[in-house]
Write a protein that binds this ligand. Structure first.
Ligand code: AMP
Length: 390
């Protein structure tokens, strides 16, 4: 029976607004346009990964609240593709259209300290941490947590930006300056077994779905490879899903949210980070699942029923960073020659080192095989091909 307290669903043909304009917005826009929605994207940039696919690309500062209101007026709902959008921007858009997930979710997850405090209050396991607002406080926090430890900016950090791993007492000043001498979080360094994540979705009526537990390898603090499913025990799987479910319920999320974990050597989990949107570790769902994380975001934001998360085959995803372009254009034919590998490029023209330019997904009959194939495919991109050299 229909729950009459729920707002009416937003149907195909409507326009959906996306704050931000990167690859997550691009893949969201692809999913939305496939289902007949229109997409407006808002960011300070031009010819963006999302803008290239959207119906309308608005280029304005997030602080330009008149432009944000205009954007809010032109769409039926607003979502975001990165969480570092100022709260005032979200509030201005929300005057005209529902923002999903809501501004509270953004407020908590865009600030490490608020996020960790929320997780702790919810009784969920987090990496031991201390708030640090001065070099003196950093010194006493290091005394309490001991070294090594990781110093992270409290706000607006992602992909390891604004992070410094402190190994010796002599590095305290360097670390403090690396985080901009601003409010920060010192975390105990976790000698983890592996890193895991769970991409989840929750509808306005409280339905919860997840894409299972996946294993992530990072390189220089940036996600490198995701393998789905992760090879974990039943207990770890159950704990990861239950923690994720609790996060979504306590935050009352309507949309997609990813929970990133450290799995300790003793088999227990710690929550590292939350991302209230589709996540790099869920990119494989675009090719491997009946409903991708991007379509699921659309469905949740529009008040449609969530789609099946069934995974059609084990999968692995490898990121393509700008470094791959060091010796010229990668050898795309090599990836195209592997029939079980899908190439995704984000339409970015400047391949800077460390910049996410695209990814590959391999599907195979086992997760190990998928991982091997995606690594072979990526290696092939770097190999110069005689056949295609012009
Ligand atoms: P973050 O931006 O906080 O997700 O950090 C990026 C990556 O840095 C993580 O995925 C880990 O590989 C590593 N890292 C971050 N914090 C810690 C920690 N406390 N202990 C060990 N490794 C960490």
């Amino acid at each position: 029976m229909r729950n009459h307290r729920l707002p009416a669903p937003i149907l195909p043909g409507s326009a959906i607004g996306v704050l931000g304009s990167g690859q997550l917005g691009r893949m969201f826009a692809m999913a939305a346009r496939r289902m007949g929605y229109r997409v407006h994207t808002f960011s300070p940039d031009q010819d963006t990964p999302t803008g290239q696919v959207a119906d309308v690309e608005i280029t304005a500062a997030y602080e330009d609240l008149d432009a944000v209101r205009q954007f809010g007026r032109s769409v039926s709902a607003v979502t975001f593709e990165f969480e570092n959008v100022p709260a005032a921007t979200v509030a201005a858009a929300a005057e005209f259209a529902p923002v999903r997930p809501g501004g509270d979710v953004l407020h908590i997850t865009q600030h490490r300290l608020r996020e960790k405090t929320f997780l702790q209050a919810a009784g969920l396991p987090v990496t031991p941490f201390r708030r640090v607002a001065s070099l003196v406080e950093l010194r006493s926090a290091v005394d309490e947590l001991s070294l090594p430890a990781v110093l992270k900016t409290a706000g607006f950090g992602y992909d390891g930006k604004g992070q410094f791993t402190i190994r010796q007492m002599e590095q305290l000043e360097e670390a403090w300056s690396a985080v901009g001498e601003a409010e920060a979080v010192l975390e105990a360094f976790i000698d983890f077994e592996c890193e895991l994540s769970v991409v989840t979705a929750r509808s306005g009526s409280g339905d919860f779905l997840h894409y299972g537990v996946v294993e992530n390898s990072h390189s220089h603090h940036i996600l490198d490879i995701t393998v789905a499913p992760a090879n974990v025990s039943r207990e770890v799987f159950r704990d990861a899903i239950e923690i994720s479910r609790t996060v979504l319920e306590k935050l009352d999320v309507v949309g997609v949210l990813c929970v990133e974990f450290f799995l300790k050597k003793n088999g227990t989990l710690l929550v590292n980070e939350l991302a209230p949107r589709p996540h790099n570790s869920g990119h494989f769902t675009f090719d491997a699942n009946l409903t991708s994380q991007f379509e699921q975001q659309l469905r949740a934001v529009c008040g449609l029923p969530l789609g099946s998360v069934e995974q059609l085959a084990p999968a692995a995803m490898a990121n393509l960073l700008g470094d791959l372009w060091t010796n010229g254009e990668p050898n795309w034919l090599s990836a195209a020659a592997m029939p079980n590998v899908k190439l995704h490029l984000y339409g970015k023209s400047e391949p800077r080192p460390g910049r996410k330019m695209g990814h590959l997904t391999a599907l195979a009959d086992s997760a190990d095989r998928a991982r091997q194939d995606v690594e072979i495919a990526r290696l092939g991109l770097g190999a110069r091909a005689h056949a295609v050299s012009r």
